[in-house]
Design a protein around this ligand. Structure first.
Ligand code: ASP
Length: 338
């Protein structure tokens, strides 16, 4: 019988109404009570619960490390892993884990819900049961989805391609720049062409993340002070959120701020404020200059994947050239270059 480890971190899925009517995370026992179907599955599962359980707004790289280590230590004991997690920062955690777990050959499926499991109209039961099924699924003794992914509202997304898109609908996630990996209807339909292939190699754990990064989101009228608050700060890398296909102002003081930041040893990665599409440095004059001064292309990376990839790459302890190369290369299927 296949075996899955459920890691319960918290989130709406297991929340109950607290004394003053606000939703607070609660223990896993009440999840079990609300899903009697768990006793009828044709695979086994164990549960590891966080203490205390969290609203995912409190997630951070230390907790990602705990999660990755938990998977690493239990890797040989289970066929797959399901992480119950708040939806708010789920896409950051799934992206982070994709970088932390190199050569993954088993599914790590994150899920949660928009309504608590105890509510009559909850979306939690289907999300949980199907996530378990995906985590346990094998064909010819190999996992069908050997990657970190998010299952939500009948769709399976690559973890480092997903974004939380909607805070009200059950359809909370989207993957604007990569096709869904599977869809759950009457049948579980896997899009095997888009699922990462396991190329062998042993699982490698990377937990040394460097979170010393900054974000500079551009808007018409942004002041020199606002730009320099980031470019002249002590961060090691900057995510530059630009317009359209990666364009930014060509005003001299702005370009000079970026140039000095790069000369001071900072990585600057250009991602677009558009959710769909890719950065194409050099397509317009307004992005060609960025390329010339050494700004890196984030191509079609999500913001979540850019944050976690930078933390991962900065923590590797490799040369500046190597970091620049890695940022523009797909490491876990997180970007499409070109
Ligand atoms: N605030 C909750 C969390 O992210 C929302 C959710 O679970 O959907 O923990």
């Amino acid at each position: 019988m296949n075996k899955v480890l459920i890691i319960y971190t918290g989130g709406t899925i297991g929340m109950v109404n607290g004394a003053d009517g606000v939703l607070v995370p609660f223990n896993f026992e009440q999840i079990k009570e609300n899903v009697p179907e768990l006793a009828r599955l044709n695979y086994q599962f164990d549960v590891h619960s966080f203490h205390p359980v969290l609203d995912s707004s409190n997630m951070d790289p230390e907790i990602w490390k705990t999660l990755a280590e938990l998977i690493y230590k239990n890797y040989h004991l289970y066929d797959g892993f399901v992480i119950l997690h708040g939806s708010d920062t789920m896409a950051f955690t799934s992206s982070a884990l994709s970088f932390m777990l190199e050569n993954l050959a088993k599914p790590v499926v994150l899920t949660g819900s928009q309504l608590p499991i105890g509510e009559i109209r909850t979306d939690a039961k289907e999300n949980l049961i199907t996530a378990l099924e995906i985590a346990a699924k094998k064909e010819n003794d190999s996992a069908v989805v050997p990657e970190v992914c998010i299952y939500f509202d009948a769709q399976l997304f690559r973890g480092n391609r997903a974004i939380k898109y909607n805070s009200e609908k059950f359809e909370a996630f989207r993957s604007p720049n990569y096709p869904i990996l599977a869809e759950a209807g009457v049948h579980l339909q896997f899009n095997s062409n888009y699922i990462l292939k396991n190329l062998g190699g042993t699982l490698k754990l990377h937990t040394n993340f460097n979170a010393n990064i900054g974000v500079l989101k551009l808007y018409p009228g942004i002041t020199k002070e606002a730009v320099e608050a980031i470019t002249a700060s002590k961060v090691d890398a900057i995510i530059l959120e630009t317009f359209g296909s990666g364009n930014a102002s060509t005003v001299a003081w702005f370009l000079e701020s970026l140039r000095s930041a790069i000369n001071a040893g900072k990585l600057i990665v250009d991602i677009s404020q558009c959710k769909k599409g890719s950065v194409q440095l050099g397509r317009y004059e307004t992005s060609r200059i960025l390329q010339q001064i050494g700004v890196l292309s984030g191509f079609d990376l999500t913001f979540e994947a850019t944050v976690t990839k930078l933390m991962f790459v900065l923590g590797l302890g490799v040369s500046m050239d190597e970091m620049r190369h890695l940022m523009e290369t797909s490491l876990r299927g997180e970007l499409t270059a070109g």
